[in-house]
Write a protein that binds this ligand. Structure first.
Ligand SMILES: *[C@@H]1O[C@H](CO)[C@@H](O)[C@H](O)[C@H]1NC(C)=O
Ligand SMILES: *[C@@H]1O[C@H](CO)[C@@H](O)[C@H](O)[C@H]1NC(C)=O
Ligand SMILES: *[C@@H]1O[C@H](CO)[C@@H](O)[C@H](O)[C@H]1NC(C)=O
Ligand SMILES: *[C@@H]1O[C@H](CO)[C@@H](O)[C@H](O)[C@H]1NC(C)=O
Length: 366
C-alpha cells in the first residue's frame, strides 16, 4: 500500500442526484467560472480582524481568558469540563477575548456544547492538548454524536499549535466494522462547527477521533488552513473533514491521514474549494454518498486544486446510492465535471462499494 497519487486537478461539478424530474439546470460557464472559483491568496482578506499577525502581538487590546484561571488542572486526568464551560461563558460574553488553552498541558474535557452568539472578535487559541475521556461506557448519552461542539458562532478564529485528541481506541474496538458481533452505533465527532459563519480554523491538529474528526455543518464562509488530521489507517469511519449543508468553504494546506475519507462532502453543500491537500492513508476525497433511499442530494461547485495522495485507496470519487426505479426522468445525473491536468498515478481514480453506484464522468481532459 504505498501507491502515490498526485492529483493536480480542478474539478467543477454539479451533482444533482435525485429520483424526481431534474429541476436543476444552471448555466455552465466552463473555464470562466472555474477561474472565479479558484482560491486566491489564503482567503483571509475577507476577515479584517484576522490580519493581525497573532493574538500575542496585539495583546494589549485583547482580553485573555485562560482556562487555568477557571480551575482547569491540565494534568490529563482531572476533569476540566467545568473549567472549560466557565471559561467559555466568560470569553463568549467579552468582546475581543482570547480563550486560551495553554501550551504543554493536557486538559481532559467531556462532551461539551459551546454555543453562541458571542461578543465580537473571539479567538480560541489552543496551544495545549484537549483530550476526551477514553471510555465509551461513561459517555454522556445526551451528546452521543458530539465531543467538542461549537454552534451559532460568527467571526470566530480558532488557532494555535495545539491538539484535539478524541482518545478513540476503545470506540474503534467497539465498532461493528471491527467486530461483527458489536452493535452498529454512531460514535462522537471530535470537533464540530455547526450553524456558524465567518469562521477560520488555523494550525490545529485533530487526532484519534472516536469517529469523524472535524465536521462542518449548516455553516457558511469557513476557512480551514494548515490543519492536520491523523488517526490509524485501520480506525473505522474516522473521516478527516466532513462537510454537510455548508457553503463557501475553503480547505487549504491540510494534511489528513485516517481510516476513512480524508474529505467527504455531502448533501446541500456548495462552493467548496480544496487547495493543496495531502491525503493518506485513507480512502481519498469523496463527494457523497448522495441519494440514499431515493432522496435528493445536491452538491455544487467543488474545486480541488492540487492534492497529493499517498496510501489512499481512491483518488476523488462521487458516491451515489442506486436509484431503484429508473425512468428517463429519474436518474442519477453527474454533469459539468471538468478535470484539468489528469492523474499521474499507479492507483485508481475511482472505486465502488457494492451498494453504491460510481458516478464519475470526465467531460474534458487537458
Ligand atoms: C464528565 O464525565 C464523567 C464520566 O461520565 C462524569 O463523572 C463527570 O461528572 C463529567 N463532568 C462534568 C463536569 O459533567
Ligand atoms: C443563535 O443566535 C441567534 C442570534 O444570533 C439567536 O437568536 C438564536 O436563538 C441562537 N440559536 C441557538 C440555537 O442558540
Ligand atoms: C468480537 O466480539 C465478541 C463479543 O464481544 C467477542 O467474544 C470476540 O472475541 C470478538 N472477536 C474479536 C476478533 O475480537
Ligand atoms: C438535502 O438537502 C436539501 C436542501 O437542504 C433538503 O431539502 C433535503 O431534505 C436533503 N436530503 C437529505 C437526504 O437529507
Amino acid at each position: 500500500m504505498d501507491k502515490i497519487l498526485f492529483l493536480a486537478l480542478i474539478v467543477l461539478l454539479l451533482v444533482p442526484c435525485r429520483n424526481a424530474e431534474p429541476k436543476f439546470s444552471p448555466e455552465f460557464e466552463g473555464l470562466g467560472e472555474l477561474e472565479n472559483l479558484d482560491v486566491e491568496g489564503n482567503g483571509e482578506e475577507e476577515f479584517e480582524f484576522l490580519e493581525l499577525p497573532s493574538w500575542e502581538s496585539d495583546r494589549a487590546s485583547k482580553i485573555l481568558v485562560n482556562v487555568d484561571a477557571f480551575g482547569a488542572a491540565g494534568d490529563g486526568t482531572s476533569d476540566d469540563t467545568q473549567a472549560f464551560v466557565n471559561a467559555w461563558k466568560q470569553a463568549c460574553s467579552t468582546p475581543k477575548s482570547v480563550l486560551l488553552v495553554p501550551e504543554g498541558r493536557r486538559y481532559l474535557v467531556n462532551a461539551t456544547r459551546f454555543t453562541g452568539p458571542c461578543a465580537d472578535k473571539l479567538v480560541i487559541q489552543i496551544e495545549g492538548t484537549i483530550v476526551a475521556p477514553d471510555e465509551p461506557k461513561n459517555w454522556d448519552p445526551k451528546n452521543s454524536r458530539n465531543w467538542l461542539d461549537f454552534s451559532n458562532l460568527t467571526k470566530v478564529l480558532f488557532q494555535g499549535g495545539g491538539v484535539i485528541d478524541g482518545s478513540g481506541g476503545k470506540w474503534w474496538a467497539a465498532s461493528c466494522k471491527k467486530n461483527k458481533s458489536n452493535p452498529c452505533k454512531g460514535a462522537p465527532t471530535a470537533l464540530t462547527i455547526d450553524s456558524s459563519s465567518a469562521i477560520s480554523v488555523k494550525g490545529l491538529t485533530i487526532q484519534n477521533s472516536q469517529q469523524m474528526h472535524f465536521v462542518i455543518s449548516r455553516s457558511n464562509s469557513i476557512r480551514v488552513f494548515n490543519v492536520k488530521v491523523s488517526a490509524p489507517e485501520d480506525s473505522p469511519n474516522t473521516d478527516g473533514i466532513h462537510i454537510t449543508a455548508s457553503t463557501n468553504v475553503i480547505l487549504q494546506n491540510c494534511k489528513i491521514g485516517t481510516g476513512d475519507d480524508c474529505i467527504s462532502i455531502v448533501n446541500a453543500s456548495s462552493n467548496i474549494k480544496m487547495k493543496t491537500i495531502y491525503c493518506g492513508p485513507g480512502h481519498g476525497i469523496s463527494i457523497g454518498s448522495l441519494g440514499k433511499d431515493n432522496s435528493i442530494g445536491i452538491v455544487e461547485n467543488i474545486v480541488l486544486d492540487n492534492a497529493f495522495l499517498r496510501a489512499s485507496t481512491n483518488g476523488l470519487r462521487i458516491k451515489t446510492w442506486q436509484v431503484i426505479f429508473l425512468s428517463p426522468e429519474s436518474s442519477i445525473i453527474c454533469t459539468h465535471i471538468l478535470i484539468l491536468v489528469h492523474l499521474r498515478t499507479e492507483g485508481k481514480s475511482g472505486f465502488c462499494r457494492e451498494d453504491l453506484v460510481m458516478c464519475v464522468q470526465y467531460a474534458t481532459k487537458m
